[in-house]
Design a protein around this ligand. Structure first.
Ligand code: CA2
Length: 158
């Protein structure tokens, strides 16, 4: 069974504990559980990782680049947190494992927030972007990844 990685960056371990107006009440453990369940429905094994360390996120992207080349991974759903707006290293990591498909996902609509959140270093390297759907965005991103990257007969025509 191919794998999908749900990768979360800095501070997303705090989901559900603070700033509910921005990020909702759902915890990261709940997000990971419903992504795993959705992966099962779609026919994929879901692995989840959250890290506050840029290098750990880069190492995981490299690992999935290798799994993708071996045919063992479909791709990655990635919420890079605030590293979105600062990290050329994450941009280079994703470019460095091309063609591993990485869907960038943000819980909030970053374009309706402070101007420093409007720029993403990750977006030019991403296969797709989902913003502003709350934690449902992770599921929307998984669906988008599957639709983009498979010719599954099971999927519905638009
Ligand atoms: O909207 C998103 O998903 C963000 O990636 C979340 C990041 C933010 O820096 C990005 O601009 C947009 C922040 C994640 C921090 O999450 C928290 C959750 C609850 C309480 C405190 C922080």
């Amino acid at each position: 069974m191919q794998k999908i990685l749900i990768l979360n960056g800095p501070n997303l371990n705090l989901l559900g504990t603070r700033e509910p107006a921005q990020y909702g009440h759902t915890s990261l453990a709940d997000v990971e559980a419903f992504c795993r369940a959705h992966g099962e429905r779609l026919g994929y094994e879901v692995e989840c990782l959250q890290s506050n360390w840029e290098g750990a996120l880069i190492d995981k992207i490299h690992e999935y680049g290798r799994l993708y080349r071996a045919g063992e991974a479909l791709g990655v759903v990635f919420n890079p947190g605030a590293y979105t707006h600062t990290s050329i290293a994450l941009h280079d990591a994703i470019k460095g494992v091309d063609p591993l498909p990485v869907i960038e996902c943000h819980i909030s609509n970053v374009h309706a927030r402070e101007t420093f959140r409007h720029h993403s270093w990750v977006s030019p390297a991403a296969a797709g972007i989902v913003v502003g759907f709350g934690v449902d965005g992770y599921l929307i991103a998984m669906d988008g990844l599957v639709r983009k990257c498979t010719n599954s007969a099971a999927r519905q025509a638009p």
